[in-house]
Design a protein around this ligand. Sequence first.
Ligand code: SF4
Length: 62
Amino acid sequence: MVDLSDRVGLCAHCRHLRPIESDRGATFYLCRRAARDPRLEKYPRLPVHACPGYDRVENSQP
Ligand code: SF4
């Protein structure tokens, strides 16, 4: 089975990612930061291996 991180890359654990489910059950990965950062794509080509806007979600946060 393919892990989400393998398929999506950095976005899988970035705080700016918003997964969107279509009516047909497909999942699209929207980058919310792209709305205010022109370097980024609203729907980045996956998997993302490097990104200037990457902001990791820390699992240890309460
Ligand atoms: S900022 Fe970069 S790593 Fe984060 S969701 Fe957007 S494209 Fe993905």
